[in-house]
Design a protein around this ligand. Structure first.
Ligand SMILES: [Fe+2]
Length: 286
């Protein structure tokens, strides 16, 4: 870096010297410092930066009420997962967290423990059972288990235009007095993140695949405990080692078991083969 370059960078950093909020000041000064270092290191051209501005503009224009292309950008650059991991490190004995992703909604329908949340989503039946515990092993009654997932076609309900307001393979279940929860849903399949926008174009231009290994999302909350945002992944999925958003942790790979038709563990008479998954979630005290 030449002396005059250093003066430009320092002047831009110093321009935030009067910021009242010390955290905002730190964030802005560090952002400028690293952006300038990026430009110097890569010898960024003006044409390349204009292409970058056009990319960011297109990313913003692709966002709407149910599509968040900037979250997808953050996810595919690994930034979302880095932040999760940075703030998940101090837990002891609690289930590991992973990315929220862009498909969580705040209107998952409340369901009875043991209910079927499928509501017409295509896929093989799957019985999910488990418990919510404190990190030191005490069962947590009345914990809320918010669940959402893609179906056999790799789609979330909110991605189906005709179903904008309908909720499928999504539900809110409350644990019983012993911390148990269970529900019927469909077996999740691997799916590509949306590739019809600028982030998909970035993946294509850089030779990256857009796939996420099959998973079910969980957002588990209980009074007095830190909320847990995580997924359970399907063991054996071909994309477990190359998740496009870097969300896989070995402790979050679940043992999905296949069964022939017959009586399921919850007594339901299954006329077709089905799957089961059992998993215990542990929450860290606040
Ligand atoms: Fe997902």
């Amino acid at each position: 870096m030449t002396f005059s370059h250093q003066m430009i960078t320092q002047a831009a950093i110093d321009s935030f010297a009067g910021t009242d909020n010390p955290r905002l000041k730190l964030l802005m000064q560090s952002l400028v410092k690293h952006l300038h270092a990026f430009a110097e290191e890569t010898q960024l051209t003006e044409a390349e930066w204009m292409a970058g501005i056009q990319f960011l503009t297109a990313t913003g224009h692709t966002c709407d009420d149910v599509r968040q292309e900037f979250i997808l950008l953050s996810d595919t650059l690994g930034l979302s997962m880095l932040l999760v991991a940075m703030h998940d490190g101090a837990k002891q004995g609690a289930t590991e967290a992973t990315v929220l992703g862009p498909f969580h909604t705040h209107d998952a329908p409340p369901m009875e423990n043991g209910a079927d949340i499928t509501n017409g989503a295509p896929g093989q039946p799957l019985l999910v059972t488990g418990r919510v515990l404190s990190a030191d092993g005490v069962p947590l009654a009345h914990a809320m288990v918010d669940v959402w997932q893609a179906d056999a076609e790799g789609l979330y309900d909110v991605q189906r235009g005709e179903l904008q307001s309908e909720r499928r393979a999504r539900g809110l279940i409350t644990t019983d007095a012993q911390g148990h929860f269970s529900f019927w849903t469909v077996l999740p399949e691997a799916y590509p993140v949306p590739t019809d926008g600028p982030v998909g174009q970035m993946l294509l231009n850089t030779g990256r695949h857009p796939w996420r290994p099959a998973h079910i999302h969980f957002f588990v909350t209980a009074d007095g405990y830190q909320p847990l945002i995580t997924h359970i992944f399907r063991e054996g999925d071909r994309y477990l080692n190359s998740d496009v958003v870097f969300g896989v942790r070995p402790s979050l790979v679940g043992d999905f078991q296949s069964h022939a038709q017959g009586k399921a563990p919850d007594g339901r008479d299954m006329q077709q083969p089905y799957w089961s998954l059992e998993y215990e979630f542990s929450l860290q005290k606040k």
